[in-house]
Write a protein that binds this ligand. Structure first.
Ligand code: KG4
Ligand code: ZN
Length: 372
């Protein structure tokens, strides 16, 4: 098993990722083609354009990962691929490629759930070579059961995970995900880069969250279950930010602001949004942790995964939640928090170890019908 070579392919949204991992989790080669720049003028990921981007990048990205790993396609033992959730048009490109390779070389195919990949990569063993400095020495690999908070552009979920494929959803969003809320707020503040989340975080560093107190999501709902539960809602916060932006940044009063003052005004809104988004996230995460510990008292880890886990304020807030419940917080290194091929290959290895794979597909299946 240690000598397995597993190729992982990711194409669910706007990043084409590929990686080759050894069975023991050592990363041999990885490549990532980002579509940053392509979707900016549209203010969000456009599925048709994203599909086109994946089509152009997929062969080169897979070849690059193999080349960096120093292996030929024929040396691979299995192919793991994200089959969902995500944009159907985009997933199809990765799945088609994976089926092609698996069919051509008669390799087992592992279907990977995108969110499971985000959480399982936390269990990736540390690099063997001490010289590798890109990953922390103590990755705190979580054992089952653990709680995961998935915070990305597409998802916002608190999950109790008892094993591979054994997940209980404790809470999820009733409208936007936190990543979406970050991205939409970034747009409202004139950030044109996509995704806007990391840029909003940078802007918020220059602001004061106390200047504009924003309403706490779901605090005033008459629905007791929503008010007291673990679900999320970010659309109200977004509307409050919109009103704030119109008042503070698009009014006659703001027209007279210097560039520096305008930056500070934007930064204060960004900080106010980030503060409340993180507070909402943490309040609900804390409840989810309480529920999970009731269901599984042996739970020791709070895994935080998905793109938004790269946010420092999110990390700090959730560290506090973990401490409250005597849990250890486990995060993948930031590089592996965004969509990438490594997490897919690793989730694939976890599945292979349990026999959760498919026999090699037939050569014509890649061209006839791609089932996602
Ligand atoms: O997991 P991911 O790469 O893709 C999805 O599966 O959605 O997450 C992307 C999301 C985007 O919404 C992006 O703005 C957000 O993660 N994100 C951040 C940060 N880095 C990425 N949001 C806030 N602060 C960050 N530093
Ligand atoms: Zn993702």
């Amino acid at each position: 098993k240690k000598d397995w070579l597993v190729l992982g392919i990711e194409s669910s949204c706007d990043d084409t990722g590929a990686a080759v991992l050894r069975g023991d989790g050592q990363i041999l080669g990885e490549a990532l083609a980002s579509q940053a720049g392509i979707h900016e003028q549209w203010g969000g990921v456009v599925p048709r354009l994203a599909q086109e981007g994946h089509k152009q990048a997929i062969d080169g990205t897979v070849d690059e990962a193999l080349r960096r790993a120093g292996v030929a396609t024929g040396d691979i033992s299995a192919v793991a691929v994200t089959v969902g959730p995500g944009l159907g048009l985009c997933l199809e490109v990765g799945v088609r490629k994976a089926i092609h390779i698996a069919a051509e070389h008669r390799l087992p195919l592992v279907r990977v759930h995108h969110m499971e990949a985000h959480m399982m990569v936390t269990r990736l063993p540390p690099p063997a070579e001490a010289s590798e400095t890109s990953r922390p020495a103590d990755p705190r690999q979580p054992d089952f059961p653990f709680i995961t908070l998935l915070v990305s552009g597409g998802h916002n979920m608190a999950v109790l995970t008892r094993g591979v494929g054994r997940h209980t959803i404790l809470g999820s969003t009733i409208d936007d995900s936190i990543g979406e809320a970050f991205d939409k707020t970034a747009r409202l503040l004139g950030i044109t880069k996509v995704p806007g989340g990391p840029h909003l975080e940078r802007l918020a560093k220059d602001g004061d969250p106390k200047v504009h107190p924003l309403p706490k999501p779901l605090a005033k709902t008459r629905d007791k279950v929503l008010q007291e539960g673990c679900n999320y809602s970010f659309s109200g916060l977004k509307t409050a930010v919109r009103t704030l932006v119109e008042r503070e940044l698009h009014s006659a009063k703001s027209a007279a602001l210097s560039e520096e003052e305008l930056h500070k005004a934007k930064a204060d809104v960004a900080a106010a949004f980030q503060h409340m988004a993180v507070r909402h996230l943490c309040e609900r995460a804390s409840r989810a942790a309480g529920w999970a510990l009731e269901l599984e008292p042996g739970t020791k880890c709070l895994v935080v995964a998905g793109g938004v886990a790269a946010n420092q304020a999110v990390r700090k807030g959730l560290e506090e939640v973990a401490r409250e419940h005597s849990l250890q917080m486990c995060c993948p290194p930031p590089r592996l928090c965004v969509d990438n091929g490594v997490m897919v290959a690793w989730a694939g290895i976890e599945r292979l170890l349990l026999g959760l794979f498919e026999e090699p597909p037939s050569a014509d299946s890649a061209d006839s019908h791609v089932e996602i």
